[in-house]
Ligand binder design. Structure first.
Ligand SMILES: Cc1cc2nc3c(=O)[nH]c(=O)nc-3n(C[C@H](O)[C@H](O)[C@H](O)COP(=O)(O)OP(=O)(O)OC[C@H]3O[C@@H](n4cnc5c(N)ncnc54)[C@H](O)[C@@H]3O)c2cc1C
Length: 330
């Protein structure tokens, strides 16, 4: 079986940026981009905050990145990885159809925003329904929006939106927030934010764009009301796509991949690798398995932007280049 230099798992901004750099370094990367490929940007419309583009549709940005990496000799297959075996080197990457052998791996499988699961919510995604205030808040200048959720993320989203919107409703289905006290205080003190507790959204209203929501008071299914809105931000959490790596790579308790950079941040707590050895801090994107690197939203639960994911992808490619050179495994 041919031994690849590097296999990149994931075809979003992180994976494709890693491909760009490893391809230009002559490593001939194979990207297993997943199925469906493209990642979270495929779910959005205008992107106005990716450097270099005043405005581009999310799927067009992915298409442009794919074209760019193909030009430098990247191979892309829209296939899902089901297992990686790292107990011997070179590593084995298994998809549902076949398996590959590789000297190094970059995991860039991203994350998925969690949604309420309403048909109307899915239909109006990108048309007023969003899961990212940093990405889309700017489109709601002087508008009325709602944030759904009760954790720190929901509090942050509400505050971010309050910088743009005329009014922000924070809707939570329980009678208390899960968020930290300080975040709750900031939200309660913000005059633009109105809190609605014990209430769930049962329908997003509107045909072409969001016009409002239908609300139900918890434990009183007959108490239905309507609220006029221009946008709805769902902030009930994110789930990293890392389940297939759980037996191989160290994950944190929320399922995000722990890299040297993450371990270094937590150095006071001295996060050891499962084998007891300390992380190698020379390579910030290296995971608990030397030779396996990770980048983008599958690692990062803080910034979660296409630009930061691309930057992490680039950093992981540079780490791999240096690692391969130093270890002389090529
Ligand atoms: C609705 C929405 C709007 C957004 N708008 C913006 C915006 O305007 N600006 C901005 O900067 N950011 C925006 N974001 C955030 C941005 O999309 C993400 O931060 C970015 O896409 C993360 O890139 P990534 O490459 O880490 O992961 P992803 O984009 O999630 O890509 C992950 C890739 O991994 C693949 N994959 C997953 N599992 C496997 C597997 N087992 N095998 C193989 N492949 C696999 C997926 O198919 C996908 O190709 C938005 C997000 C959402 C949800």
């Amino acid at each position: 079986m041919e031994i690849r230099n590097v296999i990149i798992i994931g075809g979003g901004p992180a994976g494709l940026s890693a491909a760009l750099y490893t391809a230009r370094a002559g490593l001939k990367p194979l990207v297993l981009a997943g199925s469906p490929p493209g990642g979270q940007l495929m779910l959005t419309t205008e992107v106005e905050n990716f450097p270099g583009y005043e405005e581009i549709m999310g799927p067009d940005l992915i298409q442009t990145l794919r074209k760019q990496v193909l030009k430098f000799g990247t191979e892309i297959l829209d296939d899902n990885v089901k297992e990686i075996v790292t107990s011997s080197h070179p590593f084995t990457i298994k998809t549902h159809k076949t398996e590959y052998s590789t000297k190094a791996v970059i995991i860039a499988t991203g994350a998925q925003a969690m949604w309420l699961g309403l048909e109307s919510e899915t239909r109006l995604r990108g048309k007023g329904v969003s899961a990212c205030a940093t990405c889309d808040g700017f489109f709601f200048k002087n508008k009325i929006v709602a944030v759904v959720g009760g954790g720190d993320t929901a509090m942050e989203e509400a505050q971010t939106l309050a910088k743009f919107a005329k009014k922000v409703y924070l809707i939570h289905r329980k009678d208390s927030f899960r968020a930290s006290k300080i975040m709750q205080v900031r939200v309660r003190e913000n005059p633009k934010i109105e809190i609605i507790m014990n209430t769930s959204i049962t329908k997003v209203l509107g045909e072409q764009k969001v016009e409002g929501v239908e609300l139900v008071v918890s434990h009183q299914p007959s108490a239905v009301s309507r609220l006029k809105l221009d946008g709805v931000f769902i902030a009930i959490g994110h789930k990293p796509d890392t389940a297939v790596f759980k037996d191989t790579i160290l994950l944190d308790k929320k399922g995000y991949i722990v890299t040297s950079a993450v371990a270094a941040l937590d150095i006071a707590k001295n996060i050891p690798r499962p084998d007891g050895v300390m992380f190698d801090y020379t390579y910030q994107s290296m995971t608990s398995v030397p030779g396996v690197f990770a980048a983008g939203d599958c690692v990062d639960h803080t910034y979660r932007q296409a630009g930061t994911a691309a930057g992490m992808g680039i950093a992981s490619a540079l780490d791999i280049e240096r690692w391969i050179e130093k270890k002389e495994v090529i």
